[in-house]
Design a protein around this ligand. Sequence first.
Ligand SMILES: CC(C)(COP(=O)(O)OP(=O)(O)OC[C@H]1O[C@@H](n2cnc3c(N)ncnc32)[C@H](O)[C@@H]1OP(=O)(O)O)[C@@H](O)C(=O)NCCC(=O)NCCS
Length: 173
Amino acid sequence: MPEQSKPPLHRIELGAVTPHNFRQLKCVNSVVFPVIYNDKFYQNVLEKGELTKLAYCNDIVVGAVCCRIDTVGNQRKLYIMTLGCLAPYRRLGIGSVMLKHVLQYVENDGNFDSIYLHVQVNNDSAIEFYKKFGFQIVDTREKYYKRIEPADAHELQKTIRPLKSENTNGSHE
Ligand SMILES: CC(C)(COP(=O)(O)OP(=O)(O)OC[C@H]1O[C@@H](n2cnc3c(N)ncnc32)[C@H](O)[C@@H]1OP(=O)(O)O)[C@@H](O)C(=O)NCCC(=O)NCCS
């Protein structure tokens, strides 16, 4: 009899955020983040296709990621507004599945300069997590957050393509 392969211990999947399940996104974010996101935030992330996803572990919602596209000067950037996983489900690779999804989205699009996000300066686990995927601290902003402590935030960024040169004719000054 052929040996049967065992199913993985944790089946991690991503699913769409729709009007039917967006309360689950609200629920995850309210537990995972100290910041309270308002109704406008949730209206904006609804039906955003690949930019907003719920993460399931064995069919249970345990995490979520919400991104938006920003244009800063001549830079097209993907901003990770929230990416989080419920505490009991951390270190199982769920955050990685969500971040790999974002990286794949950016690669498929082919027209992003960078991916960036903000984290509280004391959020060591998130900083380690993002560094593992090639993000670097590029800025630190004092009093970035209004109602939480510490209020200071690091900006983490992963460059997708180098800064466009002002001088495109190949000559140097
Ligand atoms: C950051 C966060 C999303 C990571 O999610 P996760 O599902 O635990 O991450 P993963 O299991 O995929 O971890 C991948 C790697 O990141 C690093 N990492 C994750 N958590 C870490 C921690 N607490 N300390 C050190 N390294 C850590 C490790 O290298 C880990 O690989 P390993 O487990 O094989 O050592 C999760 O801690 C979280 O939800 N935090 C609260 C929300 C938040 O701060 N989000 C970031 C701002 S958007």
